[in-house]
Design a protein around this ligand. Structure first.
Ligand code: A2H
Length: 253
């Protein structure tokens, strides 16, 4: 944890009722998985969300009507940022693990897919952001490899109780084009670097750094309201819009 605060956008991914048994007590309220991202302009390309299977999560009361599912640490940070029913005091309505969340159907802002599912990713850190990550396999090497692992390995799906229909219909959605890496930059860099799975941490970190700059400085949006606009300019416009519409909140840690 550094001294310079990191400012994320928290994307409110709505859990679609009917709720599973662990969440029935929350019936009647708006319940969201709150995903921390640095790339709000990529939300068009969401194919799923990620949780850590053994991670500890909770359903925390944000106000009378809204509940966020995230880690306790993130709930405490939010409470200090005045996003909690009681100031500076998170109220946990249900204790959950990642396993409880796998398979939850979600409706997520800007997503081309009307419904996306919650899936396991082993590299999710529970001490960073909210412990909930939204998946954009077109532009994130981590997301691309984790989705690839689930798509290509039936035993891996079975291990976490992941149904075929939560994964197999979801393909990469091209959303940003760059001169060097085209519009599926994550796939291209993973292929070039011969990355074989989501567990190749060092290679994936290098891949991420490599395409991040290109995406930001040379990328152009190919979809949505800002199609044709440079990512550099579209990013803050898309973020402001999400915040304005109440589909996202600011979160810093
Ligand atoms: B980014 P930084 Cl398209 N564990 O969002 C693991 N990864 C996490 C996380 C956690 N607890 N919380 C957030 N993240 C991911 C989109 C994206 C992201 C794209 C491309 C690159 C990218 C879609 N996933 O991040 O360590 C989230 O993924 C590359 C840096 O705080 C978040 O933004 O710098 C990013 O890592 C935050 O990483």
């Amino acid at each position: 944890e550094g001294v310079i605060p990191q400012e994320y956008t928290l994307i409110k991914m709505e859990v679609v009722p009917p709720f599973p048994s662990k969440l029935v007590a929350l019936e009647g309220r708006k319940v969201y998985l709150a995903a921390a991202t640095l790339r709000p302009e990529t939300m068009y390309g969401q194919t799923n969300s990620w949780v850590l299977p053994d991670g500890k999560y909770g359903a925390f009361e944000i106000n009378d009507n809204e509940v966020f599912i995230l880690t306790e640490k993130a709930a405490l940070n939010l409470a200090y940022q005045r996003l909690s029913r009681f100031p500076e005091k998170p109220t946990c309505l249900a204790e959950l693990t990642g396993h409880d969340l796998i398979g939850l159907p979600l409706r997520s802002p800007l997503a081309y897919n009307e419904i996306i599912y919650t899936l396991p990713m082993l590299s999710v850190l529970t001490d960073k952001g909210t412990g909930i990550v939204t998946s954009v396999p077109s532009d994130s090497p981590d997301d691309f490899m984790a989705l690839q692992d689930l798509k290509l390995k039936p035993a891996f799906r079975a291990k976490f109780g992941v149904k075929d229909e939560w994964v197999l219909p979801f393909d990469i959605i091209p959303i940003i084009s760059t001169p060097e890496y085209g519009d599926r930059s994550a796939e291209k860099i993973c292929t070039e670097m011969k990355i074989k799975s989501q567990n190749e941490r060092e290679k994936l970190d290098a891949a991420k750094k490599f395409i991040y700059k290109g995406g930001f400085y040379e990328g152009v949006m190919t979809v949505g309201e800002y199609a044709g606009m440079r990512v550099q300019e579209a990013k803050s416009l898309i973020r402001s819009k999400l915040l304005e519409l109440g589909q996202a909140v600011v979160y810093s840690e």
